[in-house]
Design a protein around this ligand. Structure first.
Ligand SMILES: *[C@@H]1O[C@H](CO)[C@@H](O)[C@H](O)[C@H]1NC(C)=O
Ligand SMILES: *[C@@H]1O[C@H](CO)[C@@H](O)[C@H](O)[C@H]1NC(C)=O
Ligand SMILES: *[C@@H]1O[C@H](CO)[C@@H](O)[C@H](O)[C@H]1NC(C)=O
Ligand SMILES: *[C@@H]1O[C@H](CO)[C@@H](O)[C@H](O)[C@H]1NC(C)=O
Ligand SMILES: *[C@@H]1O[C@H](CO)[C@@H](O)[C@H](O)[C@H]1NC(C)=O
Ligand SMILES: *[C@@H]1O[C@H](CO)[C@@H](O)[C@H](O)[C@H]1NC(C)=O
Ligand SMILES: *[C@@H]1O[C@H](CO)[C@@H](O)[C@H](O)[C@H]1NC(C)=O
Ligand SMILES: *[C@@H]1O[C@H](CO)[C@@H](O)[C@H](O)[C@H]1NC(C)=O
Length: 397
């Protein structure tokens, strides 16, 4: 009797031990599977995107209602604008005869790549004078060489005029030095509904695609300014997390799955992920959701430039209020809802106007907040205990 009891005890102990061992091993394997905080080989990787223009046609029409454009009261004092323009395109014949732009990061003297960030807030007319070679809508392309990508830099925005001025004044010089064909889009969320950063990015994507054959998209917070020219604003064959090292966080990557701040997607990757989610109202969750879309739906890992290159200054002063944290973000994030059911093709917005300012294109929209009850019914989200926690750190948005 005693003997069998001991056998049972030993048996149970070994099961517990084996389970613990299994758990430790799988944990270790998972750890090895997660991406390295930054990919040192990525700067050598070929930066290319597919130019399959049929991709965009696969997107179902989204639910856009356009209010008639009324007499516009300019929202930005001293900023010049037009209401209708076609973005200038390089002459295809002449363009073909040019050599490919060769901005390269081969020089060993790395100090030449460091950017001096201007911290003086100028009025728009002064910023426009600083960059008087830019075309309407904040569009520019090199005039003596041929670019391989067309970049739409998309900024989500609400009432951050000082940040926007600093950003524009700095970013134009940066992108011109990298010899890129780029356009800057500022997507403003009008109204008092909770801020929806991710939905604004989808709006920027949809509206930008109507204007020009973009094939590279960089989604950007307005308060981050790049500090190193080797941080090239091009898209590769994997989505890239650009804002690896931010001064506010002592130039350290906060956690390995961080995908907020600044991200870069080729057209096919963005469409493949069904864009950003639209169901995160208020602060938080949407960047982690996008990370999961990339790994689960797109089945790719993200990439990063080395930490000494992907450096940013965060503008901390002037109206830096953080949005209200979304209490439902974890319920949505961990629910494993079907990403086909929410994304680019379910982005609903009311477009007020599209204004081509001299140094950027303004897309002004109202988004109507969807209540959590509606979201959970639409996406079949049932409340559940968090299975896998993704470490998130509160960042003032
Ligand atoms: C882009 O499209 C053209 C014509 O359709 C094709 O010849 C070229 O190889 C394509 N380039 C890339 C990078 O796919
Ligand atoms: C833009 O281009 C289209 C087609 O070529 C033309 O019909 C339209 O008038 C142009 N608009 C402007 C503002 O130049
Ligand atoms: C790029 O090409 C131009 C002319 O084609 C040349 O003058 C310049 O030195 C090249 N720059 C680099 C970094 O190779
Ligand atoms: C840069 O460094 C590499 C090796 O560190 C060396 O082979 C190369 O000649 C250097 N290039 C220049 C332009 O100094
Ligand atoms: C700061 O916020 C206040 C209130 O929302 C607004 O009136 C003011 O214009 C903002 N200032 C800047 C520089 O954005
Ligand atoms: C949206 O696109 C996805 C593919 O990414 C597709 O599976 C889904 O049916 C589409 N949804 C709607 C509402 O069109
Ligand atoms: C956005 O549109 C609304 C409604 O037309 C307008 O009141 C507001 O000033 C616009 N905002 C911007 C930043 O253009
Ligand atoms: C919703 O989720 C429940 C439980 O996970 C599942 O049984 C049901 O089939 C789902 N419904 C749809 C329409 O996907």
């Amino acid at each position: 009797m005693f003997y069998t009891r001991r056998t049972v005890f030993v048996f149970i102990c070994s099961i517990v031990f084996l389970q613990a061992l299994y758990y430790i091993i799988t944990l270790q394997l998972k750890k090895n599977q997660t991406i390295s905080p930054y990919d040192l080989t990525s700067d050598k990787e070929k930066l290319s995107v597919s130019n399959d223009t049929t991709l965009i046609q696969k997107i179902e029409p989204s639910f856009i209602s356009t209010t008639s454009i009324q007499t516009l009261v300019p929202s930005f004092i001293k900023a010049t604008y037009v209401l209708a323009i076609n973005l200038t395109r390089p002459d295809p014949v002449v363009f073909k005869s040019y050599p490919v732009c060769n901005f390269s990061i081969s020089n060993n003297d790395t100090s030449i790549y460091r950017v001096t960030v201007s911290k003086t807030i100028h009025p728009f007319d002064v910023i426009e004078k600083h960059h008087d070679d830019i075309d309407w809508g904040g569009h520019w392309f090199p005039k003596t060489c041929r670019t391989e990508q067309r970049l739409a830099l998309i900024i989500c925005y609400r009432n951050r005029e000082f940040h926007l001025k600093l950003f524009l004044d700095n970013i134009h010089s940066f992108l011109k030095q990298q010899q890129l064909d780029y356009t800057i889009f500022v997507v403003n969320q009008h109204g008092t509904d909770q801020f929806n950063r991710a939905a604004l990015f989808n709006v920027g994507f949809l509206e930008a695609m109507k204007l020009y054959s973009f094939d590279c998209f960089i989604f950007h917070d307005v308060d981050l300014i790049p500090e190193d020219l080797r941080n090239v604003y091009k898209c590769g064959d994997r989505p890239r997390h650009m804002s690896v090292a931010v001064d506010k966080f002592n130039y350290k990557l906060l956690y390995s799955t961080l995908f907020g701040g600044v991200t870069a997607f080729s057209l096919s990757d963005f469409v493949g992920a069904n864009g950003y989610p639209t169901v995160y109202w208020g602060w938080g969750g949407e960047d982690d959701d996008m990370y999961l879309r990339v790994s689960r739906k797109l089945k790719k890992s993200i990439t990063r430039y080395p930490i000494e290159i992907a450096r940013y200054k965060m503008i901390r002063t002037y109206n830096h209020t953080s949005g209200k944290a979304n209490p439902h973000r974890h319920d949505i994030l961990y629910s494993k809802y079907d990403y086909n059911r929410d994304g680019i093709n379910t982005t609903r917005y009311n477009l007020h106007e599209l204004v081509f300012y001299k140094t950027f294109t303004m897309i002004n929209v109202t988004l109507t907040e969807e209540r959590f009850e509606q979201i959970s019914a639409r996406l079949n989200i049932t409340k559940r205990k968090p299975a896998k926690k993704i470490k998130t750190i509160r960042r003032k948005a």
